[in-house]
Design a protein around this ligand. Structure first.
Ligand code: FAD
Length: 401
């Protein structure tokens, strides 16, 4: 136990050095010129990561990964989260990580060969298309996208948006209604693999997110599916199992996000402390001498520490029991850590003054992109409802309707 902890800590130290030396210097290109401008350098770093045996830390070794358990991967994910480039370079970026885990567990041998293994090797990217502009994403069983059987195929029609990373992806996993007559709303949809080259699959636009449309991996697409024909063998799992599979993916997914947010918070905290220590508001009087700044530093430290313990506790519970048993802990981290991240980023940005709102530091990038942390994978309010519902049940109150 102690030995494995020491091995993990030594790995984290090595990753820290690698990120400082190889990835942080690339951030300026990302911030000033976009993702495609930095991609050739990222591919070179991916080669180095593979050489060092750090590739796909979440995957079992038989698929070329590091075989880390969820709690081990959580610590790695925090370290990678210190830069927006980390997870991509180590091939454990969302949404591919969730798609890999889904296909590894539920894919047919053919789906594994054609879609999972190339993802695991980092040869292709993928996306996940569930949310629709016409319906509240917070009610995941309310979908209009349909997949209707025609011979051995499905014909898909629908409108999706916020299909992250669709630009340049090889395939999408699309949530579509296959069993509209099912009396159980949770058993009406299925997850179906749709290659992006399928006629009728149209990427309408990369949606501007607070002024930035992004590109390639760093983008969120609006998508139309117009009579897209794919074989029924592209369905993942049983007919009507789409919602259950989505739930299964979201448990560990929230650990991944939570630890990535802690990595972002740690980096923002470092930048804040460094700026407070060096920015003089009068000769010889750095910002750090002001009590308001000192209190922010103390509050951020306490909140990040608390957030980390909560996420590791949830990860441990998933490992020891199941994502279903840990659903309250998972909901707690989803809203708690997202709000810690928001506060830490906001204070770090404030300490940087005008510099904080420029793209000369990574803070504004995260401020723009991670406001959404309180919305995606379930909005704050939805997760608070889950926690309160569970607690109030113990007091004989049912608030599920
Ligand atoms: C950056 C980003 C990336 C995303 N990536 C993907 C992706 O790759 N694939 C994909 O399919 N989707 C993706 N999404 C979509 C995301 O899952 C949805 O935005 C989310 O489920 C919320 O749905 P909605 O936006 O329709 O908000 P709505 O459901 O319309 O909710 C709006 C607001 O209402 C409030 N609210 C909702 N329900 C309740 C309630 N029960 N009680 C009280 N208040 C409530 C919340 O404040 C919520 O923010 C992404 C979203 C963002 C912002």
């Amino acid at each position: 136990m102690r030995a494995s902890r020491e091995i993990l800590m030594s790995l984290i130290a090595d990753l820290h050095t690698f990120i400082e030396e190889h990835l942080l210097p690339l951030e300026a290109t990302l911030l000033q010129n976009g993702f495609r401008a930095v991609l050739p350098a990222l591919n070179e770093k991916r080669r180095l990561v593979r050489q060092r045996g750090w590739w796909a830390p979440h995957l079992p070794t038989e698929f070329g990964g590091m075989g880390l358990p969820l709690t081990g991967f959580a610590r790695v994910s925090e370290e990678l989260g210190r830069t927006p480039l980390g997870h991509f370079v180590f091939n454990c970026q969302a949404p591919d990580i969730g798609n890999m885990e889904l296909l590894m567990t539920h894919g047919t041998p053919e789906q594994k060969e054609r879609y999972f293994l190339p993802l695991a090797r980092g040869e292709i990217r993928s996306c996940f298309a569930m949310t629709e502009p016409e319906h509240a994403g917070s009610n995941p069983v309310w979908l209009s996208t349909t997949a209707v059987k025609d011979g051995a195929d499905y014909i898909l029609n629908g409108h999706k948006w916020f299909t992250s990373a669709a630009d340049g992806a090889a395939f999408a996993i699309v949530m579509a209604v296959t069993n509209p007559e099912s009396p159980a709303p949770h058993q009406r949809a299925s997850q179906i693999i749709v290659p992006l080259e399928t006629p009728g699959f149209r990427l309408v636009r990369n949606i501007k997110l607070m002024g930035e449309a992004g590109e390639d991996y760093l983008s969120h697409a609006e998508v139309l599916l117009e009579n897209c024909r794919v074989p029924q063998t592209n369905r993942i799992g049983a007919e009507g199992a789409g919602f259950a599979l989505a739930q299964e993916r979201l448990g560990p997914g929230r650990i991944h996000h939570g630890m990535r947010w802690i990595g972002i918070s740690e980096r923002a905290f470092e930048l804040m402390c460094r700026r407070a220590a060096t920015r003089e508001i009068a000769p010889g009087r750095p910002l750090a001498t002001r009590q308001a700044i000192q209190h922010w530093i103390a509050e951020c430290r306490a909140e990040i520490n608390a957030a980390r313990l909560l996420v590791l506790d949830a990860a441990r519970k998933i490992e020891e029991t199941s994502a279903h048993s840990a659903r309250v802990e998972i909901s707690i981290i989803k809203f708690y850590v997202a709000n810690v991240l928001q506060r830490v980023l906001d204070r770090a940005l404030q300490v940087h003054g005008a510099l904080g709102v420029t793209d000369d530091t990574v803070l504004s990038f995260w401020y723009r992109h991670e406001r959404a942390a309180r919305i995606y994978d379930g909005a704050d309010e939805v997760h608070k409802n889950v926690v309160a519902r569970h607690i109030l049940k113990g007091y004989g109150v049912d608030i599920s309707s």
